[in-house]
Design a protein around this ligand. Structure first.
Ligand code: SIN
Length: 291
């Protein structure tokens, strides 16, 4: 099976064709998809037909699947999350710039979103390369940020007032209440597979810069949040039923546009966690052994 890759924008994004994701794929094809993902940061597939079980099986080839702590998954497979905006809902899910699950101790590496039903118009998703955002900073600010950590939490976004936890007719979403933990991540991530650096803060889940006063932290984060969404770092994907987007959460923000009031949009998402540390260490040891 030979994949065809067609770039969509300067900063990130490529459409991949020549593969049927519903089939059990050989390791070499999975490796080629993974390579396309880390190189282009978000990849898109058209005209797929995936059952929840097939989507789950595809996702599981890239790592263990995440069970979302607040959003209920499907009854048969809790790793498959249905992202649904009914015609009567006003608020969509994911309608603000964010990086999935940065509020966890070990954030998700990728997310795979499949379109079941799309509105007649609208409902596109925007993606922004945080690697391009990092590259565009001065070397002075890059060096400063490389020495800093930020605190992430679901406490604001999944609180009773938060955008993510608002009631929707067909999604069961719990409020984080006092339960959301706080986790510290470097503000600049070095991608473990490419070595490329990317900013790793986002307006939904980054609460503050570790060790800084709230006012100092807000000033720098506000600057970065405005910088990171610059149009030149983005690409935009228009969905059709059967479309799939696979994005790398380590270097990409995304934003689900809510410009289709009165219409239904139905997606399914699986989210890929990093391999447990022990597994990656053993894999690295095996790779280091002479054949
Ligand atoms: C999400 O943030 O996972 C949802 C994105 C979308 O529905 O386009």
């Amino acid at each position: 099976m030979s994949l065809k890759i067609h770039r969509l924008a300067g900063a990130l994004g490529a459409e991949v064709s020549g593969v049927d994701l519903s089939q059990p794929l050989p390791d070499a094809t999975i490796a080629a998809i993974r390579q396309a993902l880390v190189e282009h940061q978000v990849i898109f597939f058209r005209d797929q037909a995936l059952t929840p079980a097939q989507q789950s099986a595809f996702g599981a080839r890239f790592g263990p699947l995440n069970i979302h702590p607040y959003v209920a998954g499907m009854a048969d497979d809790p790793a498959v999350m249905e992202v649904i905006k009914e015609a009567g809902d006003r608020i969509n899910f994911g309608g603000g710039w964010h990086s999935d699950m940065s509020f966890l101790q070990r954030p998700a590496i990728g997310s795979i979103l499949y379109a079941v039903e799309t509105p007649e118009f609208g409902g596109d998703t925007l993606f922004a390369s945080q690697a391009a955002a990092f590259d565009a900073l001065s070397s002075g600010l890059q060096r400063t940020l490389e020495g800093l950590n930020a605190v992430h939490s679901a406490a604001r976004e999944y609180s009773a007032q938060g955008h993510s936890a608002q009631k929707r007719q067909s999604m069961a979403i719990a409020e984080a209440d006092g339960l959301a933990g706080e986790y510290v991540h470097p503000m600049v991530l070095v991608h473990p597979e490419t070595g490329r650096k990317a900013l790793y803060v986002n307006p939904a889940f980054t609460m503050k810069i570790e060790g800084w006063k709230t006012s100092e932290s807000k000033a720098l984060l506000d600057y970065l949040f405005a910088h990171c969404r610059y149009e030149g770092f983005t690409c935009r994907f228009g969905w059709r039923p059967g479309s799939v987007a696979f994005w790398d959460n380590r270097s990409v923000w995304h934003f689900a546009l809510n410009d289709y009031q009165g219409q239904r949009r139905h997606m399914r998402r699986v989210t890929v966690d990093p391999w447990p540390v022990e597994a990656s260490v053993s894999a690295a040891r095996l790779a280091a052994q002479p054949a």
